[in-house]
Design a protein around this ligand. Structure first.
Ligand SMILES: [Fe+2]
Ligand SMILES: [Fe+2]
Length: 309
């Protein structure tokens, strides 16, 4: 049995150690405890884990025998956006890493590339061991899960983020575009969407007593994401202190990405006319929105910007 259920994960010392402002009340007062790039690298060395260590046998029983078919479908939606999302972001990090202006930033982003690969491997292993999908290999599983995504997801990943990363690939010296890409990647996709979804999915499984190995692994993924977001906050703060052009770049990227993020938080299988206060898995859309906005607000305060969401 893991130690994860005894305490709320975000209060654990290893989560707090990431210095993600969303986890720290001091961020409400605008106080910054952010680690520097080398400290973030060292934390990565201390926070290693292996997808091979997870035993999904109870998860398999839960999925097929305890979770009803209609609930399995709804759960599939939430999980597929993570699986496909992890694979998409892993592909975009290379050009972002190369465009970073300092060696210690590049080294940290190399560790993040390894993390995102491990997150894809985690989901792939969960799907394979639990028998969630029909497809027999990684490519097939990615295709099968892609059907559950909504149009805003594609716009956010395949246009807003990819267009900027493509520009960086052609011109690695374009720091304004790098700032925009980090804003979309680290603040919106990881900070607002991934960590919000993870929080409520983990909480629901813990309450229901379902999918123990998935929860154990997903908590490790979440801890990695907090470390990534802490890098993003540090980078955006440093850049915006360097030149107001970069502060404007953050605002520009936010204005583009926030409406798309709203859409991603509203699953495709929920009818448009359904009000935001209807509960799904014990949580309303309004609550997820509020959680994401609070996290963003804390991070923006520490970066030195006023919250816009
Ligand atoms: Fe990830
Ligand atoms: Fe990440």
């Amino acid at each position: 049995m893991s130690d994860v259920t005894t305490q709320h994960a975000t209060e654990r010392a290893d989560f707090q150690a990431t210095s993600d402002p969303a986890l720290l009340e001091s961020a409400d007062r605008g106080e910054s405890q952010l680690l520097d790039y080398h400290q973030l690298y060292e934390l990565w060395e201390r926070q290693q884990w292996r997808t091979q260590d997870l035993d999904f046998s109870q998860d398999r029983v839960d999925w097929h025998e305890r979770i009803p078919p209609d609930e399995r479908y709804a759960r599939m939606y939430g999980l597929s956006s993570f699986f496909v999302g992890e694979q998409r972001v892993a592909e975009e990090l290379g050009p972002m890493m190369r465009a970073c202006p300092q060696e210690d930033m590049r080294i940290f982003l190399c560790t993040q590339i390894a993390d995102e690969a491990r997150h894809v491997a985690f989901f792939d292993r969960f799907y394979a061991e639990v028998g969630v999908l029909e497809a027999g290999d990684l490519r097939g599983r990615l295709e099968e899960t892609s059907q559950h995504l909504n149009p805003e997801f594609e716009e956010l990943f395949d246009q807003a983020l990819r267009d900027r990363v493509d520009r960086l690939g052609r011109d690695p010296g374009d720091l304004e575009t790098l700032v925009e890409a980090v804003t979309i990647y680290h603040m919106v996709i990881e900070g607002m969407l991934a960590l919000t979804g993870q929080h409520f999915i983990i909480e629901y499984n813990e309450e229901q007593g379902t999918l123990p190995a998935f929860v154990e692994g997903f908590l490790k993924v979440a801890r990695d994401e907090h470390r990534h977001v802490a890098f993003g906050a540090r980078f955006l703060r440093d850049m915006s202190q360097r030149d107001p052009r970069y502060t404007e770049a953050i605002q520009r990227a936010m204005a583009d990405a926030l409406p798309l993020a709203e859409g991603v938080l509203r699953p495709k299988w929920i009818p448009e006319e359904q009000p935001d206060d209807v509960e799904i898995f014990g949580t309303t859309i309004a609550e997820t929105r509020e959680f994401a906005a609070k996290a963003l607000g804390r991070r923006l305060k520490v970066i030195g910007l006023v919250a816009t969401a």
